[in-house]
Design a protein around this ligand. Structure first.
Ligand SMILES: N[C@H](Cc1ccc(I)cc1)C(=O)NO
Ligand SMILES: [Zn+2]
Ligand SMILES: [Zn+2]
Length: 291
C-alpha cells in the first residue's frame, strides 16, 4: 500500500533542488565526444560519474559508490547505495542510462552528446542524490541510484543488473526509470508510460505528483516496445515506472544525433527539475517505510 506521509521531510528538500545544478551536470556529461558503451568517452563518463557521486557522498559511512563491470563491453554502470537503517533488505531503485549513441554509427570520434538522452536523467538522479545527502536523509529501506551502461544497444547494462538482482533474490520493492526528462515536446509536463510498467506503482507516482507538484499536468502514453531500462526490471517481475518528458508523438527529434545538445533542450533544465522533484518524493516516501 503506497502511503504518502513524508511531507515534513520532502517539502524542504524540494525547495533545495535547483535546475542550474542539473544543467551543469548535463553540460559536463555531454562534453564527452560521446558516451557510447564501447568507446573511451563511454568509459570516461562512467569514471567521471563514479567520482562525482563519491564526492557528493563524502563522509557518509552508510553510502557506497561502485562500478558494475560488464564482461562483454568496456563501459561500466555506476551504482550509489544509501544503506537502509532498520529495513535495509528492501531496496528502492532509481535509474537512468549513462550511454549515448549516434544513429549513423558511433566510433571513437563520432559526436553523440546525449544531453536529453539521457544526460538529463543522470543529472536528475545526481541532484536527487546531492539533496538527500545534503539534508542528512537516512532511509529505513536501501536506496540505489543506478546509471546504466549500454541502454541504447538493447538495454544490456540494466538487463545484466536486473538479472543479477533477481538471481540473488534481492527484495527490490520498486524501480523508477528517468530516460529523457528535459525536452518538453507536448502539452503535459509528465507522461506516465503504461507499458512494461506496474499500474499500481504508476498510480502512486501520479498521486505523488498531485501531492507534491500539484501545478503539473500529467498524461499517460505507451512506447509499444521495450523502450528503456524499466523493461529490464519488469521482465524479472519487479514493479517499474517510467515518467517521460513528452508524448510518444512529440518526442525529442534530436536524439541519437550530434544535435541532442543542452542548447537544443533550451539551455535550461526546468523540465528536468520537475522529474528530479517527483523522483525525490518517490525515493523518500518509499525509502522511509519500515518492513
Ligand atoms: N527508445 C528510447 C527513446 C524513446 C523512448 C520513448 C519515446 I515515447 C520515444 C523515444 C531511447 O532511445 N532510449 O534511449
Ligand atoms: Zn536513446
Ligand atoms: Zn534513453
Amino acid at each position: 500500500s503506497y502511503v504518502i506521509d513524508q511531507q515534513t521531510t520532502v517539502n524542504p528538500m524540494l525547495a533545495q533542488m535547483q535546475a542550474s545544478n542539473i544543467g551543469q551536470t548535463i553540460l559536463d556529461l555531454s562534453a564527452n565526444t560521446n558516451r557510447y558503451y564501447t568507446t573511451s568517452g563511454g568509459v570516461a563518463a562512467s569514471n567521471w560519474l563514479k567520482n562525482r557521486w563519491s564526492n557528493l557522498a563524502a563522509g557518509r559511512s552508510d553510502i557506497t559508490v561502485e562500478q558494475f563491470s560488464h564482461a562483454n563491453w568496456a563501459q561500466k554502470s555506476v551504482i550509489a547505495t544509501i544503506k537502509g537503517s532498520d529495513n535495509a533488505a528492501q531496496i528502492v531503485v532509481l535509474g537512468a542510462h549513462l550511454d549515448s549513441i549516434n544513429s549513423q554509427g558511433t566510433t571513437e570520434t563520432t559526436r553523440a552528446p546525449g544531453a536529453d538522452d539521457d544526460a538529463s536523467g543522470v543529472a536528475s538522479l545526481t541532484e536527487i542524490f546531492r539533496t538527500l545527502v545534503n539534508s542528512g536523509f537516512k532511509p529505513r529501506r536501501t536506496l540505489k541510484f543506478m546509471a546504466y551502461a549500454a541502454e541504447e544497444v538493447g538495454l544490456r547494462g540494466s538487463q545484466e543488473i536486473a538479472n543479477s538482482f533477481a538471481a540473488a533474490n534481492a527484495n527490490v520493492v520498486g524501480v523508477m526509470q528517468l530516460d529523457m526528462t528535459n525536452y518538453k515536446g507536448a502539452a503535459n509536463d509528465i507522461y506516465i508510460f503504461t507499458d512494461y510498467t506496474d499500474s499500481a506503482q504508476n498510480t502512486f507516482v501520479s498521486n505523488l505528483i498531485k501531492t507534491y507538484l500539484p501545478t503539473l499536468k500529467v498524461g499517460t502514453d505507451r512506447c509499444g516496445y521495450a523502450c528503456s531500462d524499466h523493461a529490464s526490471w519488469s521482465a524479472k517481475g519487479f514493479y517499474a515506472s517510467m515518467p517521460f518528458e513528452s508524448s510518444f508523438a512529440a518526442d525529442n527529434p534530436y536524439i541519437h544525433s550530434a544535435n541532442d545538445t543542452y542548447a537544443n533542450s533550451g539551455n535550461q533544465a526546468d523540465h528536468s527539475l520537475k522529474f528530479a522533484r517527483m523522483a525525490l518524493a518517490y525515493a523518500v516516501e518509499l525509502g522511509a517505510d519500515g518492513a
